[in-house]
Every structure is written in structure tokens, then in C-alpha cells.
Design a protein around this ligand. Structure first.
Ligand code: BG6
Length: 457
């Protein structure tokens, strides 16, 4: 039997835009997702836009009861900035009422709400000013964060500023999966820098608010593994880790951007504009804990014909097709559980063993209806296996001293996945989009109850 430390968090993660629905109702203003869907619905799987998602806005009480039923002791979701402050300044009382009852309900059912502030859902009014590209976004975000701490600080004891900042940077400014879907490495770096400063200023606002609790940030971690240990391949690995992991983890935990990253950006003429006083702010406002979302590693090799200065990250590290990889064919992501052990050891050795948790891990599968048993329950044994394999490696890391305090699955109830709509399902409960969003537990949901009751498996 694998046992986890006492008080271990067992739960799941989701976000406001992917679950709430009521996207343009109850006083919420549009985000880039609402607008992009309005402009280009054909980009979204089956024309599934952000308007309804999983209807948590109406169904949160049932959801919270289900959380308790399957033994979840914690749940991470986000507040929608565009719902709380529709024009960035004016508080929406309906939003305050909704979130207060939702969080209180969780507390009443023994589920700790861990609340995140930004999950890829840029308000449209801010995008019109340039989004994270504009320095004023930093102050706008700090004001939003302060408002959230004031309104919900009595209910929420663990806050996070951003979910996976690297993703909105990459997907919006390098890969075309998020609005504004442009390819511009230099802009991507500037957007990243302002996101970092927005995070730092939100941490500052938290410390100044006097609210009791802790604050952290959630980062996606895709540790790089190189084709070989040749000097060139190792350089590629290092560039990948610098850009995608250390760029946020170092300033968030250690209060400093790595000097190697600064040199890399300089060599490639990518240095962002910074304000005097930023480094002091970064140094002072480090976090209490870290959340790490782990899905897949990054297999890399030295690029064959790199351009300097780099036009895209692939000029610094090229993708390597590892012949032994195991793939989740629906999402196209490699399944490599051992990376969780490597990550655990990295947190122990490189980040002074700061408390951290697995804030997302999970497996998206298409067309899950085919796995229904005679009782209409999706028998997702593959998901149970996936979780077990990852937990085994996580446990090994904890046994060797890593300070991990929880595991959250992505996700609790099937939710909307950006351009992928409802194609891949991740939940412990399914959602029937043709039947009033009816929730039905899957085999993994039943198994999760045993997992949390036994604090292991
Ligand atoms: C994480 C995000 O990167 O992965 C979630 O925080 C996302 O928002 C999840 O839904 C799964 O990825 P996808 O693209 O299949 O939805």
C-alpha cells in the first residue's frame, strides 16, 4: 500500500471559464474567448463556445455535494475577472454573491477552496488596450487581486495568482491557439514579463491586505529531456527549461530571474522593457507555495539550422521524437509518469524544498461514451491506471523528502477545453450536454473516493 502524508490534499482543479457557463449573463463582460468565438466560431470544436460550458453557475450546489461524496477535501477553481469587475473598476454584486455562496458551500462540505485569479481569461476591455502587452495591465491586475482578497479573504485561505502563465504567452503569441494568435517572439517575452510583474504586484497586494492565508502561483512544468548528453543537446535542454520552467519558478520562489535566462534573451535580442524598481519588487514578493501542473515532458534536441537571433523557440530547442514514447492519442501528449519524480526532486534541491502540490494532472479521452457499462457508468480504467502510475512516482519523490502536500486531478466534472470544446473528456464525472448537463459518476470517481479515504492505494 502506498500511503501519503497526513493531511494530504486530494482534489481536482478547474477554472471559471471552463465550467461556469452564463458567460455573458449576470453582469459578466466579455473575455477574449467570448469575442473570439463571436468572430471565428469555426475555430472551435463543433462550434462549442464559452457561453454555457458545464453550467456550474446554476449547478454548483450539486457539484459541491458530489465533491464531498467522492472524498475530495479541496478544489481549485478560479474567479472570472470579467465577472467580478466587468469594466475593471466596478464591482458586480451578483458575482460577489455567486462566489461567496459557492466558496461557503465548499467549506460547509469539508472542501477547501483554493482560488486562482487568472486562467487564460483576459477581459476584452483590457485586450483592447493591448492585454498583457501593455504595462498598465500590471496595475489593472493588482487592483483586481486586491478586490478579490477584500471580498473573499475571509473564506479563502489559499490563493494563486495565475494558472500556467507560459500557456497564454505561448498559445497567444507563438502557437496560434489563444487570441490574439500571432507569432512574435519578442512580444511573447514582453507579455511574459508583464505577466510576471502582475503576479508579483498581486502578491504584494496580498501581503498588504492583511488577509490571513497563503499565496502561490500555478505553473505548468514540462521538464526537458534531451536526445543525448552531447553539449549541443544539453544546451537545447537548458534553453527549454530556462524559458518554460525557470522563467517563472525562479522569480516566484527565489525572487530573481536566472542570469542565464537574461543572457539567452540578450543574445537573441529578446530582452523586455522593464521599469526601475521591478527587480526589488520581484525580490521582495516571493510566494508561500507552488502548484505544478504536469501533463507531459518536453523531448528536445539541438536545432539543425538555428537562426540567431532566434525567431521562435524552435531555434533554441527542436522537438525530438523519442522512439520509446507512450502517447495519449486523443490529446497527442506523451505519458511519462517518471517526470513527476524528477520534478519532486527539482523542488527539493533547487527551490529550497518549498511546499508545493500537483495542481493538475490528468488524461483527456475522446468519445468516452463507448466505455459505458450496463448501468450507464463510464468505466474509465485507463484514467485510474494513469493516476496510479503518476502517484507512484510522486510518492517516491515524497519518500525522498520532497515537500509535496497534495494531488489535484484535472478535472472533477468534464469541462470545456478552449478550442477543443468538449472533444476530450477529463472528469471524474461525465457531463451530458444533450441532457441538461446531467452529471454521472465514472469508475474513476468511485475509485477516487477509496483513494482519499485510504490516503493512498
Ligand atoms: C491545462 C490547463 O493546461 O490543461 C487547462 O490549465 C486545460 O485549462 C488542461 O483544460 C487540459 O488541456 P486541454 O487543452 O486538453 O483542455
Amino acid at each position: 500500500m502506498i500511503k501519503f502524508p497526513d493531511g494530504f490534499l486530494w482534489g481536482a482543479a478547474a477554472s471559471a471559464p471552463q465550467t461556469e457557463g452564463h458567460s455573458l449573463l449576470n453582469g459578466k463582460s466579455a473575455t477574449t474567448w467570448d469575442k473570439w468565438f463571436e468572430m471565428n466560431p469555426e475555430k472551435f470544436n463543433d462550434n462549442q463556445g464559452p457561453q454555457d460550458t458545464s453550467n456550474t453557475y446554476e449547478m454548483y450546489q450539486e457539484d459541491v455535494e458530489n465533491m464531498q461524496k467522492i472524498g475530495m477535501n479541496s478544489y481549485r477553481t478560479s474567479i472570472s475577472w470579467a465577472r467580478l469587475l466587468p469594466d475593471g473598476k466596478t464591482l458586480n454584486p451578483e458575482a460577489v454573491g455567486f462566489y461567496r455562496s459557492y466558496f461557503q458551500d465548499m467549506l460547509d462540505h469539508g472542501v477547501e477552496p483554493i482560488i486562482n485569479l487568472f486562467h487564460f481569461d483576459m477581459p476584452w476591455w483590457l485586450m483592447e488596450k493591448g492585454g498583457w502587452k501593455a504595462r498598465e495591465s500590471v496595475d489593472d491586475f493588482a487592483f483586481y487581486a486586491k478586490t478579490a482578497f477584500e471580498q473573499f479573504g475571509d473564506l479563502v485561505k489559499r490563493w494563486t495568482t495565475f494558472n500556467e502563465p507560459i500557456v497564454h504567452i505561448e498559445c497567444g503569441y507563438l502557437l496560434g491557439f489563444h487570441y490574439p494568435a500571432i507569432v512574435d517572439f519578442k512580444k511573447a517575452v514582453q507579455v511574459g514579463y508583464h505577466t510576471l510583474m502582475a503576479h508579483v504586484c498581486a502578491v504584494k497586494a496580498f501581503r498588504e491586505s492583511g488577509v490571513d492565508g497563503q499565496i502561490g502561483i500555478i505553473l505548468n512544468v514540462s521538464p526537458a529531456y534531451s536526445r543525448s548528453d552531447s553539449k549541443e543537446d544539453m544546451k537545447a535542454k537548458n534553453a527549454s527549461d530556462l524559458l518554460s520552467i525557470y522563467s517563472f519558478l525562479d522569480p516566484a520562489v527565489l525572487g530573481k530571474t536566472p542570469s542565464e535566462l537574461i543572457s539567452l534573451l540578450k543574445e537573441n535580442e529578446l530582452l523586455p522593457y522593464v521599469d526601475a524598481g521591478d527587480s526589488a519588487l520581484i525580490k521582495k514578493n516571493t510566494v508561500d507555495f507552488i502548484g505544478l501542473n504536469y501533463y507531459q515532458p518536453n523531448r528536445v534536441m539541438a536545432p539543425e539550422n538555428p537562426i540567431t537571433p532566434a525567431k521562435t523557440p524552435e531555434d533554441l530547442f527542436a522537438p525530438y521524437d523519442w522512439p520509446d514514447k507512450k502517447i495519449n492519442p486523443y490529446r497527442g501528449w506523451e505519458i511519462y509518469p517518471k517526470a513527476l519524480y524528477d520534478v519532486a526532486i527539482m523542488m527539493r534541491d533547487k527551490y529550497h524544498n518549498i511546499p508545493w502540490y500537483v495542481s493538475e494532472n490528468g488524461m483527456g479521452v475522446a468519445d468516452e461514451g463507448r466505455y459505458k457499462d450496463d448501468n450507464g457508468v463510464i468505466d474509465d480504467q485507463y484514467r485510474i491506471e494513469f493516476i496510479k502510475e503518476h502517484l507512484e512516482y510522486l510518492h517516491k519523490g515524497i519518500e525522498e523528502g520532497s515537500n509535496c502536500f497534495g494531488y489535484h486531478l484535472w478535472t472533477f466534472v468534464d469541462c470545456w477545453s478552449w478550442l477543443n470544446g468538449y472533444r476530450n473528456r477529463y472528469g471524474l464525472f461525465s457531463v451530458d450536454l444533450d441532457n441538461d448537463f446531467k452529471r454521472t459518476i465514472k469508475s474513476s470517481g468511485k475509485w477516487f473516493k477509496e483513494l482519499s479515504e485510504n490516503n493512498g492505494f
